[in-house]
Design a protein around this ligand. Structure first.
Ligand code: HAM
Length: 425
């Protein structure tokens, strides 16, 4: 038997209703904050990710699905392509390619699959889904302002509340800018020099090439050493310090709670200044529902103009997991099961189903070959609220027997009143 590839999975009803609920709610919230949708390709030139996300990151060095194109045309052949491991790089590429700076500040959102060859476990997949957003534009359009950071974070708090997710924590840090990063990296290299030999292979390499990545280390034996290392918060220059203070002041003024975490460096290299994660206790080891931050130098790193930006991506798989326990409501069950009774009744039932669906009812349609008992069993199994019996007598009288499956109450309802009766909760 051919099975879904390891780390990928099928999403089946009724869970897909939860996914749709999450996506519809996200779209509504994005609309309220004036974000618009962007869709970028699922595969891109490999260099886009190595330049944007960084060669030294786990994502680029270990986890990308990369292949060499074997197109017929000379121009295709040999091009290295990669399934996108994240969507920020694609959005910034599109910003540059389509000169989106002409539009001033761009507030864009996306939803879609991403791919990372990680070790699969609960909440971690090789094909997973992200819902994300990016605010990017020329500095003159206000893209660098701490007000953008605060707006994005406040929008996220609103979205999680709207989804009914409680018990999340917003962890916040500033990872500084190019200026402070150089001094900090020197300090970090110096602090790592005498201890690196006692650390894991990855950390020994990172200690020289990209010391900030040491903070990504999950090896338990390395943690006491990492705890002693200097933190970026001690190295921020004055503008970065002020920017971060203003983000915090704005969050406080809109009533969004946060915790400062000066070990939070994020796993991708493009971040500058504000970096954040929302975590959720119920998720276990993979507890980050979403992560993001500023990337003021990313456009330039990809050959574009200076275009500060900030954004986030949330793991939709994890979001749905944290909802699964409490969101039975979102799994829309049929309002009514129509049971055609006897030969020729399928036609009448089909007409009625069409009318009721136009009246916004969720309708499941049975078949005239079923006996009434079988229709009742099917309706109960689906969790329908009502069963509607369509027999010859009912059709003649244009009045139908509508039975509430929970209470057992049965009433005769004239055709024109059916839809209203069924959709009223
Ligand atoms: P990230 O932290 O790599 O950031 O991923 C964001 C979220 O995607 C994570 O918090 C997690 O919920 C989810 N996620 C990541 N990997 C997996 C996986 N293997 N299985 C399930 N869920 C996963 C980014 O991707 C950045 N592009 C976010 C961003 C946007 N920063 C600025 N703008």
């Amino acid at each position: 038997m051919i099975k879904a590839v390891r780390g990928t999975r099928d999403l089946l009803p009724p869970d897909t209703a939860l996914w749709n609920f999450v996506e519809a709610t996200a779209r509504e919230v994005f609309r309220a904050y004036n974000f618009h949708e962007i869709r970028t390709p699922i595969f891109e030139d490999t260099q886009l990710f190595s330049r944007a996300v960084g060669e030294e990151t786990d994502v680029v060095s270990k986890e990308m699905y990369t292949w060499e194109d074997r197109g017929r045309a000379e121009s295709d052949r040999g091009q290295s392509l990669t399934l996108r491991p994240e969507n920020t790089a694609g959005v910034v590429r599109a910003y540059i390619e389509h000169k989106l700076w002409d539009r001033g500040l761009n507030k864009l959102y996306y939803m879609g699959p991403q791919f990372r060859r990680e070790r699969p476990q609960k909440g971690r997949y090789r094909q997973f889904f992200q819902i994300g957003a990016e605010v990017i534009g020329p500095a003159t359009a206000g893209s660098e302002s701490p007000a953008r950071d605060a707006e994005v974070l406040e929008m996220l708090a609103t979205l999680l509340d709207r989804l009914g997710i409680t018990g999340w924590t917003l962890e916040l840090n500033s990872v500084g800018c190019a200026n402070d990063r150089a001094t900090y990296n020197d300090a970090l290299r110096k602090a790592l020099e005498p201890v690196a030999a006692k650390m894991c292979v990855d950390c020994r390499r990172r200690a020289v090439s990209n010391p900030l990545r040491v903070f990504d280390c999950k090896v338990p034996e390395d943690q006491p050493i990492i705890e002693t290392l200097p933190r970026i918060s001690q190295y921020l220059d004055e503008p970065c310090r002020e920017h971060f203070a203003e983000v915090q002041a704005l969050l406080t003024s809109v009533g969004v709670e946060f915790q400062l975490n000066d070990r939070l460096v994020r796993g991708l290299d493009y971040y500058t200044r504000t970096a954040f994660e929302f975590t959720h206790g119920a998720l276990g080891a993979q507890n980050a529902i979403l992560g993001g931050g500023r990337y003021d130098g990313l456009s330039e790193a990809l050959g574009g103009p200076h275009a500060p930006g900030i954004g986030f991506a949330m793991g939709e798989d994890r979001l749905v997991m944290s909802l699964q326990t409490s969101a039975d409501d979102a799994k829309a069950k049929p309002d009514v099961y129509i049971a055609p009774l006897g030969a020729g009744m399928n036609r009448e039932a089909a007409r009625l189903a069409r009318e009721l669906r136009r009246g916004s009812a969720i309708v499941e349609l049975g078949d005239e070959i079923f006996r009434l008992k079988k229709s009742f069993e099917a309706a109960t199994k689906l969790g329908a609220r009502y069963i509607l019996i369509v027999g010859e007598n009912e059709v003649k009288a244009d009045t139908f027997a509508l039975k509430n499956l929970a209470s057992g109450e049965q009433v005769q309802v004239p055709r024109h009143e059916l839809a209203a009766r069924i959709v009223e909760k």
